[in-house]
Design a protein around this ligand. Sequence first.
Ligand code: GLA
Length: 673
Amino acid sequence: MKSLSKNVSLAVLSASLLAGGTAAANSADILPEEKSLSNLEYEPLGKDELQTYKALNSYSEPGFIAEMVAAGLLPPVEERLPSEPLVFLEGAMVDGIGEYGGVFRHVIGGRPEGWNWMAGQHQGWGGINMAAQECLVRVGPLWQIKSEDQTGPLPNLAKSWEWNDNRTELTLNLVEGIKWSDGDPFDTEDVQFWWEDNVQDPDVSAWMSMDGMGEGTTMEVLDSYNFKFVFSKPQGPARVESLAYIQGCPGPSHVLKDKHPRYNSDATYESYRQSQPADMVPTPVLGAWVPVELRPDELVIMRRNPYYFKVDEAGNQLPYMNEMHFKLSTWSDRTTQAVAGTGDFSNMENPGNYVEALKQSQDPNSPVKANFGVRVLSWEVQLNFSESVGIEDDIDRELRSLFRNKDFRVALSHALDRETIGQSIARGPFSHPFPGGFSIGSPYYDAGSTVYYGYDPDKTSSMLDALGLIDTDGNGIRNLPETGADAEIDLVYDTTEPTDKKQVDAIVAMWGEVGINILPRAVDEIEPVADSGNFNMIERRHHWIIPTRQTCDYVPISANCPDWHPVDGDGNRDLFDWEQEMANAVNAFQETWEPAQAQAAVNAIQKNWTENVYTIGTVQAPAALLINKRIKNAHPGTPVFMFNWAEDNVIRERLWVAGEDQLEELLPGTIPN
Ligand code: GLA
């Protein structure tokens, strides 16, 4: 037991109590400089060099689809496409116009919960949701766009948008003539159902939070293809980014409306949420591939959507690949299989795999290419700040009040030797200390706004002493000043990821050294526990590098977030002033048209988060994208996580495989339904 003062003298205690307030303020360090491992290279493009919307002279489709048209089973391709489809421009394709056919093999660690994403269900992650869903706008491919063009998303289901003069109204114009994969038209009825009966229905936990478009925002439908948001105050271009990934992705109202309690008196909110179970396939989607078969714990098969609204410049309806597989395995296995060539894709994000995977991918005969990006993955410990949710006894109550004391959080930060934590997950130059907030790889990261409380266990001890956390019974664990109980804290983590397990082991040892006993609580799925608020601490990955993406997971922009600061049954919670400032800063970021003000808003988040140790960051690491060499049009500059995950960034609908390299399809010649 190092530097744990068992018999701290009153003199020392009162001296440090006097120092109390200033101790934390003076104890920050500078985050050490990092060396980037990124080898991503690309020429930035203008937004209009990537894609456009226009009618082409003629359209093509795979041979087996043309046969179905000839047999009267499907309408002709020009009737399935909008009159002006989204056209990907050839100049932005590294391998050019593609060939039809083949299979793209994903491996994922999640399991689909169901297909009702509008009601907050997940599909198992790893790109399966992004294969099925299309959103009003898109952010993934922004990594390739010139920085001066990067604010605001790319169009997608909405082909354009306009602001009124005082920027309190945003009118979005949908592409006319998009159809669901079962042929039903996509229009503002779907958008209205998404917004009014999901996002704005307090009994549905949609991925976009109720205030996700700003407090008090309403929607007005103008006609079948045009609608507008009306804001309570002027907004800026970044507000539109909230309508991308997961948040602004409508589901099929023609199927779901009848199952929603507002339209069906036999339905409940639970029956609505569960109304598209994972095995209810095919389910109508707007995405390039439609889920058609689920083999539990084994495989999800997706087939091309014959109504997909995107084409290449030669008029080929996309996607190029007919089939997509999601093998249901583990996240680590995703990397193992990509390296072995039995999977086609991995976001290599488990540092423990890096050395071996890199060694193997450097062999000229390796089936896979690896490209490292900047540091965008980080891990942290989240402390439950609620004074009521998930509190079972006086000890929990006392823990929560300690968590709410900044000195306690700073003290715990000083007890983490982040070098050692990093080396425990991967030997080598991969990890770097993470103080919380935005990772170094974020385009908005500002070192000057980052406060870091580095390794100094003596400081931890004196700070904990000053808080009255003294080991009064000599058992090596400090006692809580009020209840007198041992300072024992449960820490929830996900067992399926070795990266988390190793960090938890290190944290238990390091906090144990300063007299705080951590009780690891291993779970297979972290989300249900996190959502329930029934925990004191959680260790997990933090992936917030763009202020408008999954914002509600990180900052209290709405009542239901973040998980570690829930409101109680009466809708109450006591936000810290600086926490409220972070939420305000997110809004300021989305309200401004001035890049300097946008950056200032992000800096305010970074400063408040790191200075107050909103979460206790551990380490941050880069990730590498592994893609099988037979896959064409995978741009070598594609980042694993920048604006979105690589599954979106790499634009899968444009990927193709030369005929001789195509893998055999499991369901050749078939379409959904
Ligand atoms: C999981 C994986 C990421 C990425 C996302 C996509 O979170 O860990 O690498 O594949 O799913 O949603």
